[in-house]
Design a protein around this ligand. Structure first.
Ligand SMILES: Cc1cc2nc3c(=O)[nH]c(=O)nc-3n(C[C@H](O)[C@H](O)[C@H](O)COP(=O)(O)OP(=O)(O)OC[C@H]3O[C@@H](n4cnc5c(N)ncnc54)[C@H](O)[C@@H]3O)c2cc1C
Length: 572
């Protein structure tokens, strides 16, 4: 017998977007239940953010009351920058709404006690707009606020699928990882705030919970995704020394930022290859170009032994490096080279010896995602979505600071609108056969004698993702990758568990996650194959130019015959 929970608004995901939505929904008088795979305030990407939150420069001055604002900037100019970065396939009305509400939401966070460290300017932003704080601070303030409203939180519960009646969403089923039992959540409205899917890739900056479950659940329930080929890679993460592989470090302040040190990226021949990719901005270009350029060098055998590229400051006198770390980097990096509590002084030592660092792209952010309207409602009645799980705002590329802006603004909108929806929704009866079907499929790996291990299947999925839909893509290779998915799916269906325990069984969790990762991989491959051009974060070796006829969104739906991809004009 499964435990049954009843609520007006069910929120899946407990971090930036999820908690902000919960506060808004509870303030509307709705009963709210947050369900999260990890621990509240400790799972997902929000905690890890650096974190800058974008607000247009004029509002930084007028609304936030910070003297570092710039009255030459405006919401309109900010919007233009978002569209330019997104290569004009953004959801314009959604972007307008988010940019407009950003100052109000950030001011509210400041009123709730969020500490600000300053305002920074990142590439692609024509003015300083990054209101700088930390992910820890965002989480701390939201959780403090959460305690002032009445709601329930259920932690360590992996939501497996949504429950539907007709095409409306009326709840979800989760696996309580601590008991191994299933829980049925009956709700009048559901908000997906499950974040991105960076664990699809072997090198990533995100958290272990981020296996893209929200996208997969949404597709299975009948919702649409947009622009799923658009995956952002953080270009300058540590690739070596190996224990630090994938570590996110503020290299944006060494090589990528407008007022950073003049760091050089070199291939194994010592060539400063960015001259070929962006002769004007070189290493200070945007993340998409850096990631594609590095991916290209590595693919053509010009990378470092560990598959990265060299970042060198050897041309600079040592005291410039020290002075810079002491003054300019202080927003993120402490004098003793501690970053987010971790000791990165070995980087200073490597650079001081005149040696180069091995850096390279790591999967950072899912730019595309669930298709929503201006109320954060998906194409399915009763299903809302907010945060990184949503697509549209960023178009083909995201500017720094815009994700934290999105979680606060869209989180609030989704919570408010879901509560309003719940007030007028009739409670629907959940069909027991639907529950039985989901539970039977989820339990199957416990019962079968498998011929493949779940971790090996995960490794193969990640390798395929990195090789075929990483920072650079190629049509022929994409076709091959698509064809080979059949075999990988077969291996997934044959994967068994060496340990049959139901309680916190990592193999069981992995097999359930692999089911979702496989859908993600197929959707990305299909979209990347369909888009025969390069645009934003999507770079095709065989189609290196941006082509006007592709100024459109790619929509993904799951039909009885599989994934269907079709173009749609951008919403203007
Ligand atoms: C290292 C790093 C630095 C960043 N820095 C910045 C920055 O400076 N500025 C900026 O704008 N953006 C930044 N970003 C991006 C930004 O932090 C994220 O996009 C944003 O925080 C996502 O918030 P979210 O609430 O949508 O999802 P997350 O914070 O990722 O939370 C997802 C939640 O969903 C839960 N969940 C997932 N699947 C399930 C499931 N099946 N069942 C139940 N629960 C589930 C997770 O447990 C978690 O609670 C950064 C990202 C990273 C990784």
């Amino acid at each position: 017998m499964n435990t049954i929970y009843d609520t007006d608004v069910l929120i899946i995901g407990s971090e930036g977007a999820g908690t902000r939505a919960a506060i808004a929904a509870a303030k509307q008088g709705a009963s709210v239940l947050i369900v999260t795979k990890g621990r509240i305030g400790k799972s997902g990407a929000t905690l890890m953010a650096a974190a800058d939150i974008s607000v247009d420069g004029a509002s930084i001055f007028d609304v936030l009351g910070l003297s570092v604002g710039n009255s030459k900037d405006s919401p309109q100019i900010f919007l233009e920058d978002i569209l330019r970065a997104g290569k004009f396939i953004n959801n314009l009305p959604l972007a307008e709404k988010i940019v407009e509400a950003a100052p109000i939401r950030v001011k509210e966070m400041m009123a709730w006690g969020m500490k600000i460290r300053g305002v920074m300017q990142c590439p692609g932003h024509r003015y300083p707009r990054g209101v700088s704080t930390t992910g820890r601070e965002i989480v701390r303030v939201l959780n403090k606020q959460l305690r002032s409203v009445d709601l329930t939180v259920k932690e360590y519960t992996f939501v497996i699928d949504l429950l539907t009646t007709g095409n409306s969403v009326i709840g979800a089923i989760g696996l309580d990882l601590r008991t191994g039992e299933f829980a049925v959540f009956r709700a009048r409205a559901v908000i997906l705030a499950t974040g991105g899917g960076s664990m699809l890739y072997p090198i990533q900056t995100g958290a272990v919970e981020l296996t893209g479950d929200g996208y997969a659940m949404a597709l299975r329930a009948g919702a649409r995704l947009v622009d799923f080929e658009m995956i952002q890679f953080m270009p300058l993460c540590l690739i070596g020394p190996l224990p630090y592989r994938g570590s996110y470090f503020p290299f944006s302040l060494v090589a990528e930022s407008v007022d950073s040190l003049d760091g050089w990226l070199l291939n194994r021949r010592g060539e400063r290859f960015m001259r070929r990719w962006d002769p004007e901005l070189l290493e200070k270009t945007t993340r998409d170009k850096l990631s594609a350029a590095i991916g290209y060098e590595v693919k053509h055998g010009r990378g470092t032994p560990n598959g990265g590229i060299y970042l060198s400051l050897a041309h600079l006198p040592r005291n410039i490096l020290d002075d810079f770390a002491n003054r300019t980097l202080k927003l993120h990096l402490k004098k003793n080279w501690r970053f987010e509590g971790f000791d990165f002084s070995f980087i200073r030592d490597i650079l001081s010896r005149g040696e180069a660092l091995e850096v390279g792209p790591a999967c950072h952010f899912f730019v595309g995602g669930i298709d929503v309207d201006l109320d954060c409602q998906t194409s399915l009645p009763g299903l809302f979505a907010a945060g990184e799980v949503v697509g549209g705002l960023h178009g083909a590329n995201r500017l720094s600071g815009n994700a934290c802006m999105e979680i606060l603004v869209a989180g609030e909108m989704a919570g408010r609108k879901a509560a309003e929806y719940a007030k007028q929704a009739n409670g629907s009866v959940v069909d027991q056969s639907q529950i039985d079907e989901i539970v039977t499929e989820a339990q199957a790996p416990l019962e079968r004698k498998g011929s493949h291990t779940t971790f090996m299947v995960k490794k193969k999925i990640q390798e395929r993702a990195w090789g075929k839909v990483g920072p650079i893509r190629d049509g022929q290779e994409l076709e091959g990758a698509l064809a080979s998915l059949k075999e990988l799916t077969h291996e997934h269906h044959q994967s068994g568990l060496t340990c049959k325990d139901r309680v916190y069984n990592p193999e069981w969790i992995q097999v359930l996650q692999n089911r979702n990762l496989l859908i993600l991989l197929e959707a990305i491959i299909q979209c990347a194959l369909a888009r025969e051009e390069s645009r934003g974060v999507h770079y095709r070796i065989d189609w290196p130019q941006q082509i006007e006829k592709w100024r459109c969104n790619l929509v993904v739906e799951l039909t009885a015959s599989g994934l269907e991809i079709y173009p749609r004009n951008p919403i203007e």
